[in-house]
Write a protein that binds this ligand. Structure first.
Ligand SMILES: Nc1ncnc2c1ncn2[C@@H]1O[C@H](COP(=O)(O)OP(=O)(O)OP(=O)(O)O)[C@@H](O)[C@H]1O
Ligand SMILES: [Mg+2]
Length: 389
């Protein structure tokens, strides 16, 4: 087991590509850390540096307090499950899983026991005698997992290990990996694109963008209090609605002025964030999670009421994902794209609301929405940082 520390670690590839930029991150002994971020943000590079497969350009990597920058991969005792799993094609599933143990000279009975145990866990019992060429993609991925799980390493590094599995197996493995990790207490760093994996598996989640760590927090904190616009837009599915505007006044009281839309900031919203008052007149971006909306009671002119027409509805069973074209012209903040891939800056503003599945809302209907002002995230448009106090 190990504590892993990135002390301002930078990776610049030979062609000049800055993949990881001054990463400061401490992964506690026994922790399950999830690393998320868009494609190309440096997740795999960060993992590969821990494994010793990528040279560190600058800064120090410490494993259990020892500088590991120049330690050979085999001397690190770290097991990695790669994004593209490489199995030995001429060995059977059982031999592939046993390979690492055999090399270390583990005795045969012990190997057999561990292989059987791992195969059972990964539902590979029926395939032990097969060669990888005769397995499905998901089965191959499980063999690759098995090779890592069978060892007793200081740390597990997992790079999208479930990406080729179907939804059922994925859900099952997600729970199994989390359970196994808690049981063994082996430090684990897990890379994923998957929101659900990030939110459910990690003790903490590190969000990266363009090689830079954006926020490191417990999943709930990341969701409830994203530190900046990037994290707010990246975490959560469907994504947060973002509207550009400023903080001004309406009827003498502070309000969010978002294009033609005015949302009064009530006492609870201001009490939690007095700094909002200091931002009067400055450009801000308001972020509203789709599930923060409620269908408004039937009073057409209530303050803060968001009125529009339902463009279309995605029925998700338990809930409805309702796409609403607002009556008021407001500007959807850049970075959020509509279905056609165009940035929406037109007068027609579309918001997404997640509403109760039993409401029976249909396309073309008129709808009024409200949102508790305290649940609106407000970001300084210049710094892109959340206004949190
Ligand atoms: N060997 C390499 N040489 C040069 N640039 C590289 C190399 N490997 C990766 N990169 C670049 O470094 C950046 C980070 O890549 P990395 O593979 O770490 O991203 P990632 O977050 O794992 O992405 P994905 O989610 O697509 O797997 C990317 O811009 C990528 O193009
Ligand atoms: Mg990757």
């Amino acid at each position: 087991m190990a504590e892993i520390v990135f002390d301002r670690v930078t990776k610049r590839y030979d062609d000049g590509q800055l993949a990881v930029n001054a990463l400061e991150l401490t992964i506690a002994d026994g922790e399950f850390l999830v690393l998320v971020g868009p494609s190309g943000c440096g997740k795999s590079t960060a993992l590969r540096m821990i494994a010793g497969l990528e040279e560190i350009s600058d800064g120090e990597l410490l494993i259990d307090g020892v500088i590991a920058n120049d330690l050979a991969p085999r001397d690190r005792n770290i097991a990695m499950v790669f994004q593209s799993y490489a199995l030995y094609p001429h060995l059977t599933v059982a031999e592939n899983i046993a390979f690492g143990l055999k090399v270390r000279g583990t005795d045969k009975a012990e190997i057999d026991r561990k292989v059987a145990e791992t195969a059972q866990l990964l539902e590979l019992g029926d395939y032990l005698a097969r060669k990888p060429g005769k397995l499905s993609g998901g089965q191959r991925q499980r063999v690759a997992m098995g090779r890592a799980l069978v060892r007793s390493p200081k740390a597990y590094l997992m790079d999208e290990p479930l990406s080729n599995l179907d939804a059922r197996l994925r859900g099952q493995m997600r729970a199994e990996i989390a359970r196994l990790q808690k049981m063994t207490g082996v430090t684990t760093i897990y890379v994923t694109h998957d929101q659900v994996e990030a939110m459910t598996m990690g003790d903490r989640v590190a969000v990266m963008n363009k090689g830079v760590l954006q926020q490191l927090a417990e999943p709930r904190k990341l969701y409830d209090a994203p530190a900046n616009l990037f994290v707010a837009g990246f975490i959560g599915s469907p994504p947060m609605n973002m509207l550009a505007g400023q903080i001004g006044t309406s009827g003498g009281s502070p309000a969010l002025l978002l294009g033609e839309l005015t949302i009064p900031l009530d006492a609870p919203a201001l009490a939690a964030r007095p700094a909002l008052t200091d931002h009067q007149g400055k450009p801000v971006i308001a972020g509203i999670r789709p599930e923060a909306f409620q269908v408004a009671p039937d009073e057409p002119s209530a303050p803060g009421r968001i009125c529009g027409t339902v463009a279309f509805v995605e029925d998700l069973g338990a809930s409805l994902l309702v796409h609403v074209d607002l009556d008021a012209g407001a500007v959807v903040a850049s970075g959020i794209e509509d279905e056609s891939g165009d940035e929406m800056t037109s007068a027609r503003t579309r918001l997404r609301a997640v509403l109760d599945g039993t409401l029976g809302i249909k396309g073309g209907a008129r709808i009024g929405l409200t949102v508790e002002p305290a649940r609106i995230h407000v970001f300084d448009a210049a710094t892109e940082l959340a206004i949190t106090h």
